[in-house]
Design a binder for this molecule. Structure first.
Ligand code: F6P
Length: 324
């Protein structure tokens, strides 16, 4: 395999707190290894349009504490086409970039695999998404920060929910995954979480109401995953089926993606970034670096994006027990 001399790095898909810490770690590790580094702006879209600039150690100074991504990000329609990927590859060749680190979620890592398959370029993926939905890693960069943001918001919502004796349906992000919903519900002491993975309850709302929600409490907070109509759907149902309850909805939206990364995310991103460069030095390719039981692990990207990551039923049980 050809020796790597020049590395490209990009962030893609939804931004996530800690992406900057990852960019910093990859850049500095690559320079430490004696490589040249190019920052690719606006993800695959920017790659196609040659938005590429050389990075030095200074390019990544004072960014570890910043949310978002200094490289910017995009979801590229053109890159989904073979023609788009050919353009992307031409730009890589133009700058003699001979390996690529992609920081992003499912779709972004799928894009990396496509490029590696079609053009035989080594790629390493870093899990960067607040959704925590990549298989093979216990955590993704941004998940912990988003979780903390949600918990802070729900603490505030509880003040008003309690004062008015209301049921609040708080909608959180996560795309098809319920990690943010389930764990924020536990951390914020919510009365229930409605998540896509909990297929044991055919009707999670009826189960929640059926538990006699007003017996011990006058107000309730239910965290709802955004999938399938989210919080509005359940609030509408309560208004129709249980009109005796005073219901409100709060959709947290994109504020979940912003803000400073937590210490956990900064450390995770830093470790994964160093490991990405070292994996390339060892001749690894097409793997995502993840963390499992506090140890760094390499997971084939194809597996990380295809397999469903289960939610531990123990978490569902714990919330049920604690929300009586
Ligand atoms: O994947 C991250 C995520 O924030 C999801 O939780 C959410 O469904 C989606 O991105 C929102 O995407 P956009 O920023 O394009 O609205």
């Amino acid at each position: 395999m050809a020796e790597i001399k020049t590395l490209g790095i990009l962030t893609s898909g939804g931004d996530a707190p800690g992406m900057n810490a990852a960019i910093r770690a990859v850049t500095r590790s690559a320079i430490f290894a004696g490589w040249k580094v190019f920052g690719i702006h606006r993800g695959y879209e920017g790659l196609i349009h040659d938005e590429v600039s050389e990075f030095t150690t200074e390019s990544v100074s004072s960014i570890i504490q910043r949310g978002g991504t200094i490289l910017k990000t995009a979801r590229s329609e053109e890159y989904r086409t073979a023609e788009g990927r050919r353009k992307a590859y031409d730009v890589l060749r133009k700058h003699n970039i001979d390996a690529l680190v992609v920081i992003g979620g499912n779709g972004s890592l799928a894009g990396a695999v496509d490029l590696a398959r079609e053009y035989d370029i080594p790629v390493i993926g870093l899990p960067g998404t607040i959704d925590n939905d990549l298989y093979g890693t216990d955590a993704t960069i941004g998940y912990d920060s988003a979780l903390n943001t949600i918990v802070e918001c729900v603490d505030k919502i509880r003040d008003t929910a309690t004062s008015h004796d209301r049921i609040f349906f708080v909608e959180v992000m996560g795309r098809d995954a319920g990690f943010l919903a389930q764990n924020s519900a536990i951390a914020a002491g919510a009365e229930a979480a409605i998540i896509p993975e909990d297929s044991t309850d055919i009707d999670q709302l009826a189960t929640f109401i059926g538990r006699g929600i007003r017996k011990s409490k006058n107000s309730s907070i239910v965290i709802v995953s955004e999938k399938d109509g989210g919080a509005m759907h359940y609030a509408e149902r309560v208004r129709k089926e249980y009109p005796e309850f005073d219901v409100r909805v709060s959709i947290l939206g994109h504020l979940q993606r912003g803000g400073k990364p937590s210490a956990y995310d900064r450390i995770l991103a830093s470790r994964l970034g160093v490991a990405a460069v070292e994996a390339l030095q060892e001749g690894q390719r097409n793997v995502m670096i993840g963390i499992h039981h506090e140890q760094l692990v390499n997971v084939p990207i194809a597996q990380a994006i295809k397999k469903d990551k289960p939610i531990d039923p123990e978490l569902i049980h714990a919330l049920t027990v604690l929300s009586i």
